[in-house]
Design a protein around this ligand. Structure first.
Ligand code: HEM
Length: 385
């Protein structure tokens, strides 16, 4: 993958991919330009898929696929509930869950890090935050598998595949919607201190969120909030495994952990690319893209752009990574970034506290997510001491 991306950056920074009939942009400049201009590069793909009353509802609270001006209003509303303070207050509970998961591994020298920690930690945290039972996490995983693995084939025109995709996910979408709706209705009657209660109570300029908006916003959180963080934790281990000197530095100076995590997000961003739909003819790096086209902004390529990052192939936890685009850029910049950073920091620090040595098991097999847009492992067997 990274060789192909480097080739494009050097030779054809904007291309039309014939097999999927969509455009791709690779330079940091073009990627940030696309993500900074929602009027020309829309996140709303609903016009491309056949209408279905249940699926259409998703659009209501699904911040990620809403354009301005509605996006500004929705993001303002949810940000009032999902505040930095709300996230910071989760730290003790995240620490407790991480400790419990690692306590369960006491005495073991070999285990699957994703199965034991990187998957359960974010899904427990996000479910508790929303207020749904984390014991239902197998159901959440099944939903995530259906929704994330249902990717159009890499060699078929995207538009042809979208109709089949919608039909394939519809039953899961209905099940997920019904589950969340029941939860939202419960909270309207019986408030607690969870995020859904806060969303129910939120008001901006006399406007509050309706049931569908809360249902689909929390459904988005449930999906966006766990698989990505699972991928980040697995990717962290893979990066550290090939840079033992960085592990030594981290042991000597824990203040390097946040910078190291930004560097993992730069080198192995869980979302490798983001899709947008052009609303007008637009020029990128000298190439004109007509209106009505799908464009992929490659985060994984922007993050290794030689014109922005010196020695981009070097994993350097002291790098000034402010320009890494792993959490996106512009108005849709990841709302959950503070939570993802906090969970990963707590998990890495605790792994360093508990183990003198932790490495990928040379005899085990790493199993990667089988989705083009997602870079991460479903399974990373490790040996610990
Ligand atoms: C948006 C990445 C964790 C919630 C995004 C976007 C990216 C991203 C790239 C931008 C999408 C776009 O522009 O189309 C990640 C990564 C994560 C992570 C790499 C973990 C390492 C989380 C968590 C949550 C979350 C933990 C929630 C608890 C969201 C939401 C949006 C979003 C709600 C939509 C924001 C908007 O459209 O305004 N994320 N995310 N993410 N993320 Fe994350």
């Amino acid at each position: 993958l990274f060789t192909r991306l480097a080739h494009h950056r050097a030779h054809e920074p904007v291309v039309f991919n014939e097999s999927i009939q969509a455009w791709e942009a690779f330079s940091h400049q073009d990627v940030t330009r696309i993500l900074s201009d929602p009027a020309t590069f829309s996140s709303d793909m609903s016009a491309l898929v056949p209408s279905d009353p249940d699926i259409d509802k998703i659009a209501k609270g699904n911040l990620i696929s809403i354009d301005p001006p509605l996006h500004r209003q929705m993001r303002g509303l949810v940000s009032k509930a999902f505040t930095p303070k709300f996230v910071a207050e989760l730290a003790p509970r995240i620490t407790e869950v991480t400790a419990e998961l690692l306590d369960g591994l006491a005495g073991r020298e070999r285990f699957d890090l994703v199965h034991e920690l990187s998957y359960p930690l974010p899904v427990i945290v996000i479910s508790e935050m929303i207020g749904i039972p984390s014991s239902d996490r197998e159901t959440f995983q099944r939903w995530a598998d259906v929704l994330l693995n249902n990717e159009p084939p890499a060699d078929e025109p995207l538009l042809d595949a979208l109709g089949d995709q919608v039909a394939a996910i519809a039953p899961t979408v209905r099940e997920m919607g019904a589950y969340m709706l029941e939860h939202v209705r419960r909270r309207r009657v019986k408030p607690t201190d969870d995020l859904v209660t806060a969303l129910v109570d939120t008001q901006v300029d006399g406007r509050s969120l309706d049931d569908d908006e809360i249902v689909w916003f929390t459904a988005l959180l449930l999906l966006a909030g766990h698989i990505t963080t699972t991928a980040l934790l697995g990717n962290t281990l893979l990066c550290l495994d090939s840079a033992p000197e960085v592990v030594e530095d981290l042991r000597a100076d824990r203040d390097l952990v946040p910078g190291m995590l930004e560097e993992v997000l730069r080198m192995r961003p869980p979302f490798t690319k983001l899709a947008r739909l052009t609303t007008a003819d637009v020029e990128l790096s000298g190439t004109t893209i007509p209106a009505g086209q799908i464009v992929f902004a490659w985060l994984a390529s922007a993050n290794r752009d030689e014109s922005v990052f010196t020695d981009p192939e070097v994993f350097d936890p002291r790098r000034e990574s402010a320009k890494q685009a792993g959490f996106g850029h512009g108005i849709h910049f990841c709302l959950g970034a503070p939570l993802a950073r906090l969970e990963a920091k707590i998990a890495v620090n605790m792994l360093l506290d508990r183990y003198r040595d932790i490495r990928v098991d040379p005899q085990g097999e790493i199993d990667f997510f089988d989705v083009h847009a997602l870079l991460g492992a479903k399974s990373v067997p490790v040996l610990v001491q």
